[in-house]
Design a protein around this ligand. Structure first.
Ligand code: PLP
Length: 373
């Protein structure tokens, strides 16, 4: 059996272990401590733009808290990009809210500003003004920032910027994670950097950070005994795992460079085949190229490639199945144009880890070339 090649696997640097060791030697084995504060500072410095970060146990938890902080409650409608991972949408339901799914445009594959506005006008006419918009920088490609935020401003509906896949991506030199009223990051094992599991909530408003920390640590009132006037959560990040995060932040620029080189390699080697296309960066956008995605001419060819790779012990995956086509969400209201369904049918994510070596990439490309020739 050939060596297993993963879609996106963890890639440790040199100093993660020493930060974790420090947590042990100082006995900060708790969901608070110097690594948590240090990791938050590292993230704030990296994203810039006066963003404040609260480190949490997952990106999903961060979306949950973001929606709660924006006042989403029972029966409130939340507009959500349909073409995404289910974790973008699930937290709407935790709060008893109703997701309204919005299809994508084909330039960035993210939420269509036109459909978004159409949906807002429609919902307002029905007397159900949406409480929030969840926009996603899928696969690291920034969504149409200017257009989407103009719609948000026009109708005064706040944006949760799901940057789980886009740490290090930017638009006009401004890093993703600083555009939304609240933004979130993920440090799950498959993301561009990882703490094994973890996330962060970001906001330019420091009070939002403090409220997120309050809610994530069981919502304790300021009293010597345990007193609660609010329902809380246990969502804070462990100081042990934050140590991994601090080490990972030191190598983040290298990790982005490696992922972007994967993309360039695939594009160059497969450029002879006009039927294979890639997602290009529109003017002003910079993608971390978390995963390299290809579009094939048909579902059949996409599957041929996927199965051929699988036979060689190489993991690839179809693009995200849109939420409005998921069994759990298919009865929810949706505004669609066919773009994400087509991407799902014809698209494939190729192995994209920053720890792939050149032989892996060559082997993958050879398999695809042989199939297409
Ligand atoms: C990974 C991911 C999340 C969830 O993050 P977790 O840390 O795994 O909970 C949310 N949205 C998107 C788009 C993701 O890719």
């Amino acid at each position: 059996m050939q060596k297993k090649v993963w879609l996106s696997s963890p890639h440790m640097g040199n100093s993660e272990k020493s930060y974790v060791e420090e947590a042990f030697t100082t006995n900060w084995i708790a969901p608070l401590g110097p690594n948590v504060s240090g990791f938050e500072r590292d993230i704030e410095e990296y994203i810039g733009n006066d963003v404040h970060a609260a480190c949490l146990s997952s990106g999903t938890g961060a979306i949950h808290l973001a929606l709660e902080l924006l006042g989403v409650g029972l029966n409130d409608e939340v507009l959500c990009q349909s073409f995404t991972f289910a974790a973008s949408a699930n937290p709407i339901t935790y709060l008893g809210g109703k997701p309204i799914f919005i299809d994508s445009e084909s330039e960035t594959w993210n939420i269509s500003p036109e459909l978004l506005e159409k949906a807002i006008i429609d919902r307002i006419q029905l007397g159900k003004k949406p409480k929030a918009i969840i926009a996603v920088h899928l696969y690291g490609m920034p969504y149409k920032i200017d257009e989407v935020h103009a719609v948000s401003k026009k109708y005064n509906i706040p944006i949760v910027e799901d940057s789980a896949e886009a740490l290090g991506s930017s638009y006009q030199g401004i890093r993703c994670g600083s555009f939304g009223d609240i933004a979130i990051l993920s440090f799950n094992g498959n993301k561009i950097i990882t703490t094994s599991g973890g996330g962060a909530l970001l906001s330019k408003d420091e009070k939002i950070k403090q409220k997120a920390i309050f809610l994530s640590t069981q919502a304790r009132d300021n009293a010597p005994h345990y007193q609660h006037s609010h329902i809380g959560y246990n969502y804070r990040m462990s100081n042990v795992l934050a140590g991994i995060g601090r080490g990972q932040m030191e190598v983040l620029p290298e990790r982005i460079g490696a992922r972007r080189n994967n993309f360039l390699f695939y594009k160059e080697v497969l450029s002879d085949f006009k039927e294979i296309t890639f997602l290009e960066e529109p003017y002003g956008t910079y993608s971390n190229r978390w995963l390299t995605c290809i579009l094939t001419p048909s579902f059949k060819i996409r599957e041929k490639i996927r199965v051929a790779l699988e036979k060689e012990n190489i993991e690839s995956r179809p693009l995200w199945k849109p939420m409005h086509l998921q069994p759990i969400f298919e009865n929810e209201t949706h505004y669609v144009n066919g773009v994400s369904e087509d991407l799902f049918n014809r698209g494939l994510c190729l192995p994209s880890g920053s720890n792939l070596d050149r032989e892996d990439l060559v082997r993958i490309c050879d398999i695809i070339k042989n199939l297409l020739q």
